[in-house]
Write a protein of this length. Structure first.
Length: 64
C-alpha cells in the first residue's frame, strides 16, 4: 500500500466522521443554537419561537 492510498483512506474516514457529527440527531439542538449566534447582539435575543420551533409567533408579529 502506498502513502497516497493511506492518505486517501484516512481522509475518507475523517470526512465520514465529520458528516456523522454534523447530521447526528444528538447534536441538533446545539447546531440550531450555534446557528443563531450571528443574529444575537448584547441588547436583543432571538424570539422565543426559535427555542420552541414554533414560527407562528414570529409571523404574527410581522403581519401587524
Amino acid at each position: 500500500m502506498s502513502f497516497g492510498s493511506i492518505v486517501l483512506i484516512l481522509s475518507m474516514v475523517v470526512f465520514a466522521g465529520i458528516v456523522w457529527w454534523a447530521f447526528s440527531p444528538r447534536f441538533k439542538k446545539t447546531h440550531e443554537k450555534d446557528g443563531m449566534i450571528p443574529f444575537l447582539d448584547s441588547k436583543n435575543h432571538p424570539p422565543e419561537s426559535f427555542d420552541q420551533g414554533d414560527e407562528s409567533k414570529t409571523s404574527d408579529k410581522t403581519k401587524s
